[in-house]
Design a protein around this ligand. Structure first.
Ligand code: AHR
Length: 515
């Protein structure tokens, strides 16, 4: 029998809630026609935001949302998205085959309204490719200025007297590719200007300059996690370039990693073999090594910074963030919009595996945003006309909410290797206020299994919830919105001081115990 041993007496780092972040981009029907239907739509909405999707996000309460892209951000001019909607410029969105008119109805205020309603911190991604430093400075001022400047008054006239207090600012997106095909050195040179011009309106105490820690996070473009050589070179070269002379602030580096599944024509999103199942699960596991590698490269880069001379010396820190992650399957030619994918139990399991990797590496990883929340790639929500469908991936995020801001526990998993080296079970555990939550994933696509859960102290079982379905290819649709749903889990049985849990095939379970 597979084993999971949990050391409750040694709580470790806090699982940052921002590891459950989201990503919304003007791409396909993520925003237009998906989350944003507009106030005049027949689809029930709350100030233009699709009501059912809003309710689902309110329930999930994602801690962080990145917007407006992605590649879209590389050419987005924020001024197009403010002011009376009927007067906003009409632009064209070619991003990833979106090929649609952009009315700019969902802009900064609409995004902030969404964040406020769902309780999320906004992450604004700045246009570094066709935008300018001045444009960024004005967006920061428009968003965060408390003093009655012309831009702050304009924000107020547009309906928001209170500042938005945006604390995450991304400078550019995938600048090594669609964001300008920069070299790391070229990006560093450009980044210096943006980072220096960014103030965030936080005033350091000049007598204690070395202690100054900004509350806002300035995020630089990290590497393409799917290119093993280039990703090392990018991070190394970026830090080397920034190590010359004085260092601009760079609070975080934004790594992107997709679990690509496009090389097997017989593997479609909803119809795949057992071999395809394990291959894609194995693909999701790769991100853990990339996190470790990039974290180490950041430490190496920081260590290579020269010691500052004279007054106003300060220590530079830099955290690792994953701004985009998820499964990227072969495109279905009949998909209703660009990068639209169904989401099956396979996507649920890869999402669970990935989130558990993030939880386990919370000492190295500060935040992560799934790509994307609605109607694009690894989506949590799909829309079909007026129907709003919660995907199996949504349910994984829902199940895993319990880990936010709890402390990870050391866990030892003893499991069998299945095809493509995928372990038969995955486990993760965290503790908060004497409540222990244990995730167990049964990765076997056809067989149920038993797992022994062992603790270093006596614990009481409280409850369990599980996500599973009849087939690994099952998904939710407008016709069957609840085929895949969270169910009450079967209680584990206490045996010889341990707990034996029955796990359905291809399932994700979360058990709650009291210490
Ligand atoms: O998430 C879809 C796209 O993938 C984003 O626009 C881009 O940043 C990445 O290449």
């Amino acid at each position: 029998m597979d084993h999971i041993r949990i050391k409750t007496a040694e709580p470790r780092d806090v699982v940052h809630s921002e590891l459950h972040g989201q990503f919304l981009e003007h791409l396909g029907c993520c925003i237009n026609g998906g989350l944003w239907v507009g106030e005049d739509s027949d689809i029930p909405n709350c100030a233009g935001i699709r009501s059912e999707a809003l309710k689902a996000l309110q329930r999930l309460a994602p801690p962080l949302v990145r917007w407006p892209g992605g590649c879209f951000a590389d050419t987005y001019h924020w001024r197009n998205g403010i002011g009376p909607r009927e007067q906003r410029p009409i632009t064209y969105n070619p991003v990833f085959g979106t090929a649609a008119i952009e009315q700019n109805g969902f802009g900064t205020h609409e995004f902030m309204d969404l964040c406020e309603q769902i309780g999320a911190s906004p992450w604004l991604n700045v246009n570094m490719m066709t935008g300018s430093v001045a444009e960024m400075v004005e967006w920061v001022e428009y968003s965060n200025q408390t003093q009655p400047t012309t831009l702050a008054l304009e924000r107020s006239e547009n309906g928001s007297p209170k500042p938005f207090n945006v604390s995450f600012w991304g400078i550019g997106n995938e600048s090594w590719s669609g964001g300008g095909n920069y070299t790391a050195q070229g990006y560093a040179a450009e980044y210096r200007k943006y980072a220096t011009a960014y103030s965030g309106f936080e005033q350091p105490d000049f007598n204690k300059f070395a202690d100054f820690k900004r509350k806002t996070t300035l995020i630089a473009v990290g590497p393409d996690g799917n290119k093993p050589q280039e990703r090392v070179a990018w991070t190394r070269d970026l830090f080397k370039a920034l190590a010359e002379y004085r260092q601009p602030p760079m609070d975080a580096l934004d790594l992107h990693f997709y679990n690509w599944n496009i090389e097997h024509p017989e593997d479609t999103v909803t119809d795949f073999s057992s071999d395809d199942w394990y291959r894609v699960l194995a693909g999701a596991m790769e991100i853990e090594a990339v996190i470790g590698e990039q974290y180490d490269l950041i430490q190496e880069g920081l260590a290579g910074y020269p010691k500052t001379e004279g007054p106003f010396a300060m220590t530079r820190d830099c955290q690792l963030i994953i701004g985009e992650w998820g499964n990227w399957h072969r495109m279905d030619p009949s998909a209703p919009s660009a990068l639209w994918q169904q989401s099956t139990m396979r996507d649920a399991l890869t999402s669970a595996i990935t989130l558990d990797i993030f939880h386990r590496n919370c000492d190295k990883l500060r935040a992560a945003c799934v790509a994307q929340t609605v109607n694009v790639l690894n989506a949590l929500i799909l829309t079909d006309g007026d129907a709003t469908i919660l995907t199996p991936t949504y349910h994984v995020f829902d199940l895993y909410r319990v880990h936010r801001n709890s402390r990870k526990l050391p866990v030892e998993v003893q499991a069998k290797p299945l095809d493509h080296g995928v372990p038969s079970v995955f486990g993760f555990a965290s503790i908060k206020d004497d409540i222990i939550h244990v995730n167990v994933i049964n990765s076997d696509d056809t067989s149920c299994c038993q797992v022994k859960l062992e603790f270093d102290q006596s614990v009481d079982f409280v409850s369990s919830r599980a996500l599973y379905s009849d087939r690994p290819t099952d998904f939710n649709s407008a016709q069957s919105p609840d085929r895949v749903k969270i169910r009450d889990g079967r209680p584990p049985v206490g045996r010889n001081g341990a707990w034996v849990a029955d796990l359905p095939a291809a399932s994700v379970s979360v058990y709650q115990f009291k210490a």
